[in-house]
Design a protein around this ligand. Structure first.
Ligand code: HEC
Length: 511
């Protein structure tokens, strides 16, 4: 390979020039010719090749660095006869391959309109490749006798500059904009693109809002990295309140007052190895405390500006908030203590008889650790979720839940193996308010059981076999406020009829 390169190169600087310029032209024209990325039109093979971009791109970077070190060596050693022509050839060749792979990645995996960082990174990569190619062309001429060594070295320096720019863009795409600045010494933060830290002034407790001071910092830490202006995964930005509520590719991802049907919660609760779990790739997600806090905020209406003091979180949420930010609570210890005592009394009144329920919970926990929980510290209502077992949870498993069924206020059996049989068991849940049986095998026959759960307020039968006939039966649940029927067998006409029978219920059809 290197022999061939040597021969073609040294004898034919003109041919090298022509070929090099054609390749540069091709790279520069490529984004325009291919048009904006449209991931749906791209095959998996393209995506597969594209994913090698992050590996390949290190080759030209390493080789160019080597070229520069060799050139520096040549400046200091008088009788050096090392030519950097061959390594420079490989720097150029691998840079072209890296750009091509990167372009396939760009075509295959850009969701929505490319962001500014992404577009800049694309052009940065192409510019880098062109600079290295031109550098190589100049080297071919100097080796053939032209006196342009200084120009060659200038191109190398420009190459380093463009490379730094392009790699920084790439790193921002992969790691987020604050990657370098996050742990930088405060004085250096602005240098690395971070915000200069003003002296930390703690906001007075009375001015703290639930969203800005509690919820947004949680989402910032765990979610913004991939859902911000630079990187809009799932066409979903979470870095401002408005965009968080607007939703993404799948529509609304946050439904105020309905955390259990908000995708940001649903997808955070999935088992760590589930493809749809957020964040993906087994990255650390929301902790139990954080989940509890975000769910509470959504269920309280997801207000953008409600003051924390006014929101008056229940004791367990307040404790979770304090655990996350221990300083926040120490402003008025007297008042805090009085409140805590009051809350404890109120809680006690509501939770008499809890011991017995606790025993039942303990028994069910043996089979399904973590699946049953008290709705809150001051309630005897229980929530059950099969979400961490999903495809393994069957009707037989549901039978093991029987000891706690009478106390359930919320049950999530979505994407499990349960059938109408489990629904029959659930008729014992007289206080059940929220039932999710989406993506299960339940049928219209099961609706006969569901209509016996007279306290139901929210029902999710998304992606089931339910038809218009089942839907009309559901209309007898007078207390139902929300019904989710996307991707089931119901028709728009059926929904219209349902709405006439039960106008107080909001029907979510996913559009
Ligand atoms: C490492 C990157 C990454 C992180 C961190 C991340 N996500 Fe995602 N998210 C993605 C990708 C990629 C998609 C699009 C593919 C998909 O829907 O699975 C996505 C899609 C979503 C969607 C669906 C959007 C729609 O409308 O289609 C939701 C909801 C979501 N993420 C919530 C979250 C939440 C909540 C967090 C923080 C707990 C989070 N994500 C953290 C990468 C990430």
């Amino acid at each position: 390979m290197s022999d061939i390169a040597e021969n073609t190169i040294s004898r034919k600087p003109i041919a090298v020039t022509l070929l090099g310029l054609i390749i540069c032209g091709g790279l520069l024209a490529m984004p325009g010719l291919a048009g904006p990325p449209n991931s749906e039109a791209v095959s998996d093979t393209v995506r597969f090749i594209g994913r090698f971009h992050p590996v390949i791109l290190h080759l030209p970077i390493g080789i160019l660095t080597l070229v520069i070190l060799l050139e520096i060596g040549a400046i200091f050693s008088k009788n050096s006869n090392t030519s950097t022509k061959i390594p420079m050839f490989f720097a150029a060749a691998t840079s072209v391959i890296a750009v091509l792979a990167g372009f396939l990645l760009y075509q295959g995996e850009t969701e929505g309109t490319p962001t500014e960082v992404l577009t800049n990174h694309l052009w940065g990569g192409i510019a880098f490749s062109c600079v290295v190619i031109v550098g190589f062309i100049i080297k071919a001429w100097t080796d053939a006798g032209a006196s342009a060594a200084w120009l060659y070295r200038a191109m190398l320096l420009i190459g380093v500059g463009v490379m730094t720019y392009a790699s920084h863009g790439g790193a921002t795409l992969v790691h987020g904009a604050d990657y370098l600045s996050k742990y930088a010494p405060p004085a250096l933060k602005p240098l690395f693109g971070g915000e200069a830290v003003a002296a930390v002034v703690e906001k007075p407790a009375a001015e703290k809002t639930v969203y800005d001071d509690v919820v947004a910092p949680i989402l910032e830490e765990k979610c913004w990295k991939c859902h911000n202006a630079d990187k809009i995964k799932g066409k979903f930005r979470m870095d401002t309140y408005e965009l968080l509520l607007k939703g993404g590719k799948e529509g609304k991802d946050l439904i105020p007052s309905d955390a259990d049907n908000s995708l940001i919660i649903v997808r955070s609760l999935l088992p760590i190895d589930d493809d749809e779990r957020m964040p993906p790739d087994e990255k650390p997600g929301l902790t139990a405390d954080e989940l509890m806090i975000v769910k509470w905020w959504i269920n309280a209406g997801a207000s953008p500006d409600q003051k924390l003091a006014v929101a008056n979180p229940p004791a367990d949420i307040a404790a979770a908030i304090t655990r996350r930010a221990p300083v926040a609570k120490q402003h008025n210890p007297g008042e805090a203590q009085a409140n805590a005592a009051k809350e404890a009394d109120a809680a006690k009144a509501k939770t008499d008889g809890r011991d017995k329920i606790q025993l039942a919970v303990a028994e069910v926990q043996k089979s399904f650790p973590g699946a049953v929980q008290f709705e809150s510290q001051d309630s005897n209502g229980l929530t059950f979720t099969a979400v961490s077992m999903r495809g393994k949870f069957s009707d037989e498993d549901m039978a093991k839940v029987t000891p706690v069924i009478a106390s359930l206020v919320s049950a999530d059996l979505s994407a499990s193996l349960i059938s109408d049989k489990s629904l029959a068991l659930l008729t014992g849940a007289t206080g059940l308010k929220n039932l999710r049986v989406s993506e299960t095998k339940i049928t219209d026959a099961g609706i006969d059981s569901i209509v016996k759960m007279a306290s139901l307020e929210s029902l999710n039968v998304y992606a089931t076999e339910i038809t218009d006939a089942g839907l009309q039966k559901i209309a007898t649940l007078k207390g139902l406020k929300k019904l989710y029927v996307w991707r089931s067998k119901v028709t728009p006409a059926g929904i219209e009829e349902f709405k006439k029978k039960l106008p107080t219920c909001v029907v979510e059809t996913g559009t």
